[in-house]
Design a protein around this ligand. Structure first.
Ligand SMILES: [Zn+2]
Length: 81
């Protein structure tokens, strides 16, 4: 598994004031900024990598992640001239 998560804050369960950020790296090398938000109602969903389609997370509940793609750190190699 190439999934890496680094919790930046201590992350108390009831600490709704401080959003938690983490960097998630897909197997294909794409980096995402993962932010967790609290919803008033339960939500179900999943997030798939925009590059390779790997399912990175599935959630069900009031705390749902929000992913933002970071600018490519390692350059993707393309054969396009
Ligand atoms: Zn990927």
């Amino acid at each position: 598994m190439g999934l890496t998560r680094e919790q930046v804050s201590s992350g108390y369960p009831g600490d709704a004031m401080a959003p938690r950020y983490a960097i998630v790296e897909c197997d294909c090398g794409v980096l995402y900024n993962r932010r967790e938000v609290s919803l008033p109602i339960k939500d179900i969903g999943f997030f798939e990598c925009v590059e390779c389609g790997k399912r990175l997370e599935i959630w069900y509940g009031r705390n749902v992640p929000s992913f933002t793609r970071l600018t490519s750190q390692g350059e993707r190699k393309t054969n396009r001239a």
